[in-house]
Write a protein that binds this ligand. Structure first.
Ligand SMILES: Cc1cc2nc3c(=O)[nH]c(=O)nc-3n(C[C@H](O)[C@H](O)[C@H](O)COP(=O)(O)OP(=O)(O)OC[C@H]3O[C@@H](n4cnc5c(N)ncnc54)[C@H](O)[C@@H]3O)c2cc1C
Ligand code: FES
Ligand code: FES
Length: 1144
């Protein structure tokens, strides 16, 4: 179809309306007016955090992917003039100046300890839904936004709502339970736990004051027509703000938009701003000299809910989905829109869909044709037609989506899309195959549209559409397959096979490291075609094959916890919300970057290398230093002490700033310091690093081994050496083993994904520096800063209130930032803060080390192990400080008896960031290796893997590799039998096998895998702590050397203190960790921090109690009465009894 010309949209001129040079918005009921002094690219999240000073709204990814920045907005509903709408929005995506007239609520506006909590906050608290708490405000705001919809909140909707909110610590069960307890169909046990919540939730429908009357359902696309116009006092008009070379526009109609576009120079780059979510996908499309917000243009929101369906360009994905459902329910020839709505449900996440427009998505596809846009593909499958307006002559053109891709869109605007009704015999199936179920771009997305005649063996009556995304930038239609299928019958097996073969030939995926492999994407395309046809044929296919047709439907999740409780010991062991939970749910819990800025505080941004294994020939920061607001650039030459951020955490130095050769891409070269963070980040990108002698980097263990020489057979761990370990005669026994298998196993890396990024802040003070850092180990951070600055440890004061998740990433890696900030703070004699963004966080520091294992195993006919030789290679990155592979001799055998075993640990260096500790470091990989060996044996012997495992379970007293024999074997004797019984394993396994026999394609599985976690720690792992009782009122404060990072260490020590001292828990508080009291404390990690600190608090509390009991006896003797706690405390104070006690 050729583009068609049409008449210009009729629109009134906005030329006469007054122009404002500022915008106003309301945040937590305060009005803010912002003019040219705040940069045009400012995001709402930064304004909220740093100007409004409401740091409960967090920031991590800044690309719409994590949800920690979620706030709730009420805006005029331009799709229903005269009404408002309220929804959750990611403040990292929303541009400040695009929020003209908006009313924003942040977590601070919802409730807190002074004003009382909102029911959603209470629910999360009551269901123990927080650990580190960094994600909690975003979770709550997302759910709060969901309660503002027109339909009652259901459990299914809750489960679908958190698709854009990541929690890395808590696990979703308690979070979902908390929110589901408030739904209309909540499980009674959830309701019971928080009975008062539902009552409070009744306010969800502001029209009728109940859970929603449902009267809006089916009407005008299911929108509630309640007028809430009076809620929005600000009525923004036309805006034009000049920021020097950059301008911000807010026209109020299309004519105004055209006139702005006409005045834009041909060389200029401008951005139309709708949801601005596109920057979350393509970050580097700027810089722009003009931003044009379309928020005020009502024409772009107009929808025509009839035949045909028409949507204005600004219609959000969420609103479009509502209309699709409505049309599918009410218009039979639009039933296909249900398929589109379901597909769009897995596009991005709730908040992106709330503000992101379909037109913005198409423009992303236009600019980046390799983008696997779901919106483009599905609208193409719907045979949609676009209306495009041209600013030059205000004309409109109608075109297909493929024509649109070929059209020059400079100074053109998408105005609307028209979706035609389908033929009666149309069948549409769409797919999005992703690494995760939600919030992920597709490996491959696909739409199959066919008009078929079911009476005539599903003959394809019109040319079908077979559309595939994620193949290569030019591939859309599988034209040869479409042509082949035309006129053929889908019930004919040979036709289906040939169609799949043709498709396999014409699909030629490109090859990028970040994508799934071309072979996988090709076979996926074929599988989806097969799945589509089987689905269309439904009961016409052999029942054994039919399961290929339907998608897997995930039912509502549920979980139950059962545990024994010793009430005698309460509050020790008492299930309670964490001590910090109340401040976490209100956003009052303070993380490093939430601390207000000192007036002279500066911001640092790292300059990182872009090449691994290359000599740095030159670093030129001159252009960056000329940028307004940039203060300095520091590098290795500015380090007065030792250029290494490893003090005691390893044997080898790891430079703060690289000096000669870049060891890995991402290594810090220096730090740009500026007056604001945005400037620092922009300037850091302007520093030019030149390279010479660029060598091909070694990136994997296999590559390192094949290229030779990088393997160290003796491992280094905390300066110690670990030798290979042997038990019995493994090689001899392998020779005589009845069966022998050899194999290898590759295990990849893992990013920690701590929600609070690595950060540090250094404040010069009169006798040294106050250092704040996201650290699991303040002692090491303190030592590192002292080492780098060449000063004494006692001039460094460390204080850590909490960190937003650690998982090992904050044991040593954060110290590069503490060191860099310290170098800059010393050089400038001013406070410097460095907070990484997600990209820096991921490239600066290593992750879990990847592993490669080779094994040679001998066993009997039964599967009983006789001998094993296993080599485990760990990729330490560019320096071998933190590989746990040397510790794994006693772990590799898991809970099995292997009479003859040789374990050889190896460290391999690659040209990558030094890898680091990550949740049960090495254990996961060693146990994974052993379990893989057992699976290999079971598969070889054609035996049940569980049977092989049970046969080899260790018994008391038998020898173990580099470890003493077990006295008891609870896994074998208690845990495994109990688990099998409680899980009804045998019956479920039989059902799985029956299902698998009956279904050719869809398979089920069930497995049990025992796991042994050896819990021990060296005696040097100690924490300093102090328990202090205040004579004023008898309350207790504790400070300890452990770090609260979500695991609940503070709650546990407080419970122990309360129990030991015999006082209510409410009288005990836990303060920040300080290196003055807790000097020389060890790292918090390895599951021992809470227990050792609790033990220390018990010892200190017992010592206090002992001396107070002496006084108690005296009082009793003198007065004949038992003193109250406060009387006793005050008596002790006045009789010179020390009310503070330390423990080490
Ligand atoms: C975390 C995340 C996950 C995502 N996942 C998916 C996914 O799974 N599948 C998928 O398909 N997409 C996905 N997206 C993309 C998302 O759908 C788009 O970002 C969104 O639809 C863009 O709409 P917007 O209103 O925010 O556009 P904006 O970001 O405001 O604008 C995007 C571009 O469109 C231009 N533009 C906007 N409106 C017009 C107009 N009327 N005329 C001309 N130009 C215009 C702008 O100039 C800009 O260049 C994801 C995005 C994010 C952030
Ligand atoms: S979604 Fe906004 S910071 Fe991650
Ligand atoms: S509690 Fe959710 S990320 Fe830590």
């Amino acid at each position: 179809m050729a583009p068609q010309q049409g008449k210009a949209n009729k629109a009134s001129s906005d030329i006469s309306s007054p122009v404002q040079d500022s915008i106003s918005l309301i945040i937590n009921n305060e009005t803010y007016t912002v003019g040219p002094d705040v940069p045009p690219w400012t995001r709402l999240v930064d304004f909220i955090r740093y100007v409004v000073q409401a740091p409960g709204t967090k920031a991590l990814c800044r690309e719409g992917g994590c949800g920690v920045c979620t706030v709730v907005a009420t805006v005029p509903d331009r799709e229903s003039p005269g009404y408002n709408k309220t929804f959750s929005v990611q403040a990292c995506q929303a541009m400040l100046y695009a929020c003209a007239g908006w009313k924003i609520e942040t977590i601070e506006g919802l409730g807190n300890r002074y004003t009382g909590y909102h029911p959603i906050q209470k629910a999360l608290h009551g269901f123990y839904g927080t650990q580190c708490g960094f994600c909690s405000p975003g979770m709550i705001m997302t759910m709060y936004g969901q309660t503002k919809g027109s339909e009652p909140l259901t459990s299914a909707k809750v489960e679908a709502s958190l698709d854009g909110n990541i929690c890395r610590c808590t696990g979703y069960r308690p979070i979902l339970d908390a929110f589901k307890s408030m739904t209309v169909d909540a499980d009674p046990t959830l309701k019971e736990r928080l009975v008062d919540i539902e009552e409070a939730y009744n306010g969800v429908c502001e029209k009728n004051g109940t859970n929603g009357c449902g009267a809006c359902k089916g009407k005008e696309g299911g929108r509630c027509k309640k007028s809430v116009t009076d809620l929005l006092p600000l009525n923004p008009g036309k805006v034009q703000i000049s920021f020097g070379s950059v301008r911000w526009f807010r026209p109020t109609n299309i004519d105004g938009m055209y006139s702005i576009l006409r005045n834009i120079g041909t060389e200029e780059k401008y951005r139309i701003v709708v949801g601005n979510t596109g920057q979350g996908v393509f970050k580097n499309d700027g810089p722009y000299s003009a931003y044009i917000s379309t928020d005020g243009i009502e024409e772009l929101y107009i929808t025509s809910v009839g035949v045909p369906l028409q949507l204005g360009a600004n219609v959000s994905l969420t609103r479009a989905m509502e209309l699709f459902h409505h049309m599918a329910e009410t218009q039979p020839r639009y039933s296909y829109l249900e398929v589109l709505a379901n597909h769009w449900q897995v596009v991005a996440n709730v908040a992106v869909r709330n503000t992101g427009s379909w037109a913005g998505n198409l423009m992303l596809k236009h600019a980046h044709q390799g983008f696997q846009s779901d919106i483009f593909l599905t609208l193409l499958a719907a045979k949609a037609e676009l209306t495009i307006g041209s600013a030059e002559d205000a004309s409109t053109t109608y075109m297909s989506l493929e024509q649109f891709l070929r059209t020059d869109m400079f100074k053109k605007v998408i105005l609307s899309v028209t979706l035609p009704p389908a033929l009666h015999n149309t069948k549409l199936r769409t797919f999005k195959i992703t690494p995760r179920a939600v919030n992920a771009h597709a490996y491959v997305n696909a739409c199959f549209r066919m008009e078929v005649d079911p009476i005539d063996n599903f003959k394809v009556t019109h040319k079908p559409s077979i559309l595939l995304g994620g193949i290569n930038p030019n591939f859309i239609h599988a034209t040869e397959t479409e042509n082949f299928l035309m006129g053929r019958r889908l019930t004919d097996q040979a036709t289906v096979v040939e169609a799949a073969e043709i498709l396999g030939r014409e699909v030629q995926p490109d090859n990028h490291p970040q994508d799934a492999s071309p072979a996988y994407r090709r076979s996926l395309s074929q599988a989806l075609l097969y799945k589509t046809i089987v689905g269309f044929l439904a009961n016409k296919v052999n029942p054994k094959l039919a399961s290929a047709g339907p998608n897997i439907e995930r039912p509502l999740s549920s979980g139950r916890q059962e545990f024994d409780m010793d009430r005698e010991a309460w509050p020790v062991g008492e299930p309670l919300p964490k001590l910090e939970s109340a401040t976490q749910i209100s956003g009052e819990a303070t993380y490093l970057d939430d601390v207000p800025y000192l007036p002279n505080e500066l911001h640092g941004a790292l300059v990182q290398t872009t090449h691994a294994n290359a000599k740095i020939s030159h670093v030129d920061a001159s252009e960056a230093l000329r940028l307004k607001g940039v203060v300095t650039f520091v590098n290795a030459a500015d380090i007065p002490g030792k250029n290494s951020f490893i003090a005691t955490a390893g044997a080898y130095p790891d430079p703060v700033f690289v000096e000669e050769r870049s060891k890995y891409a991402g290594q810090p070269v220096g730090l740009i310091v500026a007056r604001d963070r945005d400037t620092a980040v922009r300037a850091a990108q302007m520093v030019v690093v030149s390279y010479e002698d660029v060598k091909k980097p070694v990136l994997t263990i296999e590559q390192a081994l094949s290229e030779g020489g990088q393997d160290e057979i003796v491992t280094f761990a905390f300066n110690g050496t670990v030798e290979p370990a042997v038990l019995g005669d493994p090689e001899g026994q392998l020779e005589v083993a009845p069966h022998r298998l050899k194999g290898n196993l590759i295990q990849g890396s893992q990013y920690h994904l701590n929600m609070e990024p690595l950060a540090a802040r250094v404040v010069p003070i009169e006798d040294g520096y106050d250092v704040y850092c996201t650290t699991q180990w303040p002692t090491e951070t303190q030592a590192t800063v002292a080492q780098v600055l060449g000063i004494t440890a006692n001039s460094i004061n460390m204080s850590v209130r909490r960190i937003g998740g650690g998982y090992g990433a904050k044991i040593s890696r954060q110290n590069v930032l503490a060191a860099a900030a310290a170098v800059a703070a010393r050089s400038l004699q001013q406070p410097v803060r460095v907070v990484t963004d997600l990209n820096t966080n991921m490239t600066l520091a290593g992750w879990r080390d990847p592993y490669y294992a080779t094994y040679d195993v001998g066993f009997e006919d039964t599967g009983k192990l006789t001998s094993l030789v296993v080599d485990l290679y760990s990729d330490a990155g560019h320096v071998s400080n933190e590989s746990p592979v040397g510790f794994l001799a006693s772990v590799i055998q898991n809970c099995y008896f292997i009479p003859n075993i040789r374990y050889r640990p190896h460290i391999v260096n690659t040209d990558t960031a030094a890898n680091t500790w990550c949740r049960t470091p090495g254990h996961v990989n060693a146990i994974g290796t052993m379990e893989n060996i057992l699976d290999h044996i079971a598969s070889y012997l054609k035996k049940d893997p569980l049977e092989v495992r049970q046969l080899n379970l260790i018994t008391p007293g038998v020898p173990r590799l580099l470890a003493s024999p077990h006295e008891q074997t609870p896994i074998k004797d208690v845990i495994l039998p109990l688990l099998l019984e409680k899980a009804n394993f045998v019956q479920r396994k039989a059902e799985v096998e029956e299902f698998n026999r009956s279904n050719r394609w869809k398979k089920r599985g069930i497995a049990v895998m025992p796991e042994y976690y050896g819990f021990d720690y060296p005696s040097v792992f100690r924490y300093g702590l102090q328990v202090s009782i205040y004579a004023h009122d008898g309350t207790v404060a504790i400070t300890h050397g452990g770090i609260e990072m979500g695991q609940g260490i503070n709650t546990k020590v407080a419970q122990v203190a309360a129990y030991t001292l015999g006082i209510p828990l409410a009288q005990v508080v836990v303060k920040a960790s300080e290196t003055t009291v807790a000097a020389n404390s060890t790292v918090t990690g390895g599951s021992f921090g809470s227990d050792l600190c609790a033990h220390g608090v018990r010892k200190a509390s017992l010592a206090l109690k002992e001396r107070m009991d002496v006084e108690k006896e005296k009082i009793k003797k003198n007065t004949g009465k038992e003193p109250t706690w406060l009387q006793l405390v005050q008596h002790c104070f006045s009789h010179d009894v020390d009310l503070c006690e330390r423990y080490w």
